[in-house]
Design a protein around this ligand. Structure first.
Ligand code: 6OG
Length: 162
């Protein structure tokens, strides 16, 4: 592995009138992961911290501001023989300011956090989502086939402090 990209992925939580936990996902309308539901995020740009990058992407893709981000996990992805690895920093947020809007990149929708549309999400998500629900930090790595669909090898571990 010669190079890597640093990415962010933020899951915004809320509760409904009955106290059920809801999570905001966006249907990716273009680019990497198009056609899949996912959290909000993207590449960290030069000169910004990972958290600043995460906040910026949430604002760009959903229209809302999140102040407090909780580190939830770190994901490592490799695809086929591609020398570029992706290091994806996952955060949760329990509060946001502003109104969620559809953007050019994402069509947002609130989901029951315990019933996510895993069939239309990246295939790794179902393998670590329980850690998020249990508020257990995690570190995971996934080696995908070149088709970006099949996971050939994986490791998912709970960790104490990120
Ligand atoms: P942009 O291309 O929009 O950033 N991402 C992944 N998310 C999950 N759940 N699983 C994966 O498995 C992912 N690979 C990338 C990180 C891409 C966005 O997609 C996320 C970013 O939030 C391979 O700038």
């Amino acid at each position: 592995m010669s190079t890597k990209k640093i990415l962010t992925l933020v899951f915004l939580f809320s509760t409904d009138a009955a106290g059920k936990r809801l999570v905001l996902l966006g249907m990716k309308k273009r680019g990497f992961g198009v056609g899949l539901w996912n959290g909000f995020g993207g590449k960290v740009e030069p000169g910004e911290t990972i958290e600043q990058g995460a906040r910026r992407e949430v604002e760009e893709e959903s229209g809302v501001h999140v102040e407090t981000l909780h580190p939830a996990g770190v994901l490592w992805f490799e695809f086929g023989t591609d020398p570029m690895g992706l290091e994806c920093h996952v955060f949760t947020a329990n509060a946001h300011e502003g109104t969620v809007v559809e953007t050019e990149e994402m069509r947002p929708q609130w989901w029951d956090a315990e019933a996510l549309p895993f069939d239309s999400m990246w295939p790794d998500d179902i393998l670590w989502w329980d850690h998020i629900l249990k508020r257990q930090q995690f570190a995971a790595a996934f080696w995908f086939a070149a088709d970006q669909k099949q996971i050939l090898r994986q490791a998912v571990n709970a960790v104490d402090v990120l």
